[in-house]
Design a protein around this ligand. Structure first.
Ligand SMILES: *Cc1c(COP(=O)(O)O)cnc(C)c1O
Length: 228
């Protein structure tokens, strides 16, 4: 089941990429495994999936301890500063940095442990009051402040647009995120300005996200099934 789902999503990524003139290798699939057991992750791992997204620190820490060191975890949930030290240890990338206090806390633990961390800035592109993420207008200041934090490597932007049954409704938000990233890129605010990451698109709208330039898509339900 999981292996079949992964295979059809990978085929779809390739098809959509070719259709819009992109190299499929520039699009990474993050398998969002929140609430699913580690056995499901191992099944996906056996089918060649190494990259997983988790939303909750305690759950992720338990799973991390049971997975081999080829597996890479990205954090995609809301991170409290007081859990930054755990996140700094177990994640390969934190996609949801949206305030300087959190960045400072992360950087402190990273310095202590002699490591660096790839991060994305979560932008609240839909100006949804219930969602986390920084306002587009404030993202430039946040990135400027992060430049002085030695052990953080800001690689790009992440967003969760307002949900709609119609995936086409996500397109303007994805486009806006890409335009914001291009603007920030032109100001040299990313760790690698030649290669800026855009994490956008979920099970229902990832093809649209690929068309709009996503480099990381975050897919849960379409791989693991419905979350109860
Ligand atoms: C749960 C989650 C996903 C995956 O959503 P699906 O609809 O199950 O593909 C992607 N991104 C974030 C931030 C999530 O919390």
């Amino acid at each position: 089941m999981i292996a079949d789902n992964l295979q059809s999503i990978r085929r779809n990524i390739t098809a959509v990429a070719h259709r819009c003139g992109r190299n499929p290798e520039g699009i990474r699939l993050l398998a969002v495994s929140k609430t699913f057991p580690v056995t499901d992750m191992k099944e996906a791992r056996a089918a060649g999936q190494f990259l997983f997204g988790e939303n909750y620190i305690q759950e992720a820490e338990k799973k991390y301890n049971e997975l081999d060191d080829q597996v890479q975890l990205h954090f995609i949930g809301h991170l409290q500063s007081n859990k930054a030290h755990i996140a700094a240890r177990i994640f390969r990338m934190i996609e949801t940095v949206d305030r300087i206090k959190l960045a400072v806390a992360l950087n402190r633990y990273l310095i202590q442990s002699g490591r660096t961390m790839d991060i994305l800035i979560q932008v609240n592109i839909g100006r949804d009051e219930k969602k986390s993420g920084i306002a587009s207008a404030d993202s430039e200041d946040l990135l400027k402040n992060i430049l002085s934090l030695s052990n953080l490597r800001p690689l790009g932007l992440m967003t969760i647009p307002p949900f709609s049954e119609d995936p086409e409704k996500s397109r303007p938000y994805f486009r806006e995120l890409r335009q914001l990233a291009e603007n920030l890129q032109s100001k040299n605010l990313f760790f690698d300005n030649k290669c800026v990451e855009l994490s956008m698109g979920m099970s229902h709208d990832y093809p649209i996200a690929i068309e709009e330039g996503a480099t990381l898509i975050r897919v849960g339900t379409a791989i693991f099934g419905d979350r109860s």
